[in-house]
Ligand binder design. Structure first.
Ligand SMILES: [Zn+2]
Length: 264
């Protein structure tokens, strides 16, 4: 029986950087959803190779008691020059997205969104959403990245863009939400992700969120966003009793299973 679903992590990077992964996840019975993020992308073809690689890593590290899943998409920090010049999606990108979404371990698109106020980032983000409006199956999801820097202003911009895509909102999760952006995301009332990591949310923030009733507890998914190393605040939170057991289980596991319709 799974103890937690790490609803946003980077198992493809972890496996190269942290020798405790994936053993620690197996021992602690933590399953994971790997979101697309690759700093090495130089040309359009590289996205396609990367997503295929991601799929292979996902299958390789999955086992019956600890399944892993993945999402594909273009993170705003990984827009290559070739794509910048095109300013929209070439056919081969569309074809690759379509192909992966037929895979049972591919849970949807992500991470997409905005990192800065750059115009190209906005165009690529909107291209993704337009593509989703036409082609994303109803049972797949859309994971949105919000940045560390200038967080409130960029989150506001993301919300403004998303409000033009009302039909997609039931499929959306806005991630890396923090206490200071809760009021902004309330407007759309989508699912939200909170990241337990040094420099992002703390266990005490999650406790405050729940005890002050700042957001519906059925719509919050916790994650580690672990990439170069496993996030200790996330692992600690799974063990501690900061929250009542049934609420904690929703946040660390059940909401993710329900939102992504994961069969575990
Ligand atoms: Zn991430």
């Amino acid at each position: 029986m799974i103890v937690a679903v790490d609803s946003h992590m980077h198992g493809d990077i972890l496996i190269q950087k942290d020798k405790n992964f994936p053993t620690l996840y197996y021992e602690k019975k933590i399953s994971g959803i790997i979101w697309s993020y690759n700093e090495e992308i130089k040309k359009i073809e590289d996205y396609i190779d990367y997503w295929n690689f991601l799929k292979n890593v996902t299958y390789k590290i999955s086992n019956n008691s600890c399944p892993f899943f993945y999402k594909i998409g273009i993170h705003p920090r990984t827009i290559c020059e070739e794509l910048k010049e095109k300013r929209s999606f070439p056919d081969k990108i569309k074809k690759a997205l379509e192909q992966h979404l037929k895979d049972k371990r591919c849970l949807g698109i992500g991470e997409i969104g905005l990192e800065t106020e750059d115009k190209t980032e906005e165009e690529i983000f909107i291209s993704h959403l337009k593509w989703c409006e036409n082609y994303l199956p109803y049972d797949k999801r859309i994971g949105i990245h919000t940045p560390r820097k200038n967080k409130k202003a960029i989150t506001k911009k993301i919300i403004d863009i998303l409000s033009n895509f009302k039909s997609l909102l039931f499929q959306v999760i806005i991630d890396h939400v923090e206490l200071n952006t809760i009021d902004l995301v309330k407007e759309l009332n989508t699912y939200i992700g909170m990241t337990l990591q040094i420099g992002k949310s703390k266990g005490s923030d999650i406790k405050k969120l729940v005890s002050d009733d700042l957001y519906p507890v059925d719509k919050i998914l916790l994650n580690s966003d672990s990439a170069r190393e496993i996030s200790t605040p996330y692992i600690d939170f799974i063990k501690n009793d900061l929250l009542e057991k049934n609420i904690k289980e929703k946040l660390i596991k059940e909401n993710a299973i329900q939102f992504y319709d994961i069969k575990i």
